[in-house]
Design a protein around this ligand. Sequence first.
Ligand code: NAD
Length: 254
Amino acid sequence: MKDYLRVCGKTAIITGSAQGIGRGMAIELATYGIKIAVLDIDDKLGTEVRDIIRKAGGTAEYIHCDIFSVEDIKKAVKKTAEAFGGIDILVNNVGGGEPSCGFETITDERWDKYIRFNLYGAFYMTREVFPYMKARKKGKIVNISSGYAIGGGDFCAHYATAKAGLIGFTTSVAKEAAPYNINVNVIPVPTTDTPAMRLTDTPEMIEAEIRDTPLGRIAVPEDIANTVLFLVSEAADYVTGQIVAPNGGKRMLV
Ligand SMILES: NC(=O)c1ccc[n+]([C@@H]2O[C@H](COP(=O)([O-])OP(=O)(O)OC[C@H]3O[C@@H](n4cnc5c(N)ncnc54)[C@H](O)[C@@H]3O)[C@@H](O)[C@H]2O)c1
């Protein structure tokens, strides 16, 4: 029998996987036999995800890791490699925005905060994981961006700017990584039902999103997890430097 994905036994780091989309990815990918390092700052929810995976027969570790801290990142990557014997997959998922604000009202501090929150952690994390993948001449990296990076943010220019930066980071690293057989892709995530989305999007915004989406609903974390699963699998060995958009048809041809 053929195995389309060939992911069983691989090792993945997923940042921000205690809650929301990251949590959905961690639980979903683990069901395919991927060993998951759940990295987050929410120790209670992070250990809960680890325990859910273990109870279902999967393999997982929870590691406290603040993506603002290079020190935390170095420790977490080393710990994952020691626990699982290597790192095959990295998903840079941590990020987020804030309730709508016109760009003229964004203070220097908030601009800096959201650029850092959505961009710096992915850089720090990728830089740290890269040597492990290079040594094996194999690896998959997926960056979690936003549809706002392409279509323009609805009053959140700092967030949209950082997420667009993540696309440039993806394509640049994809070129440098290709000689080592490492694939790097980016997902411009659409409105997805998570605790963070319920804080930033009003019911009116969600209704408008559903109206504008041909498939007639907003995404759920599993929709994003399924796209990640493809991109980290051997089925995607010839896919790199791409924007892959599971968006219900809201924006066609990306
Ligand atoms: N939900 C959406 O509608 C939507 C839309 C577009 C893009 N995205 C992107 O998807 C990603 C996940 O979004 P979500 O809605 O699941 O968010 P969420 O807030 O529900 O979950 C984010 C997770 O990151 C963790 N986290 C926060 N700060 C951290 C830090 N400094 N270090 C480590 N972990 C930290 C949180 O504890 C939480 O577990 C983000 O990058 C977001 O920008 C989401």
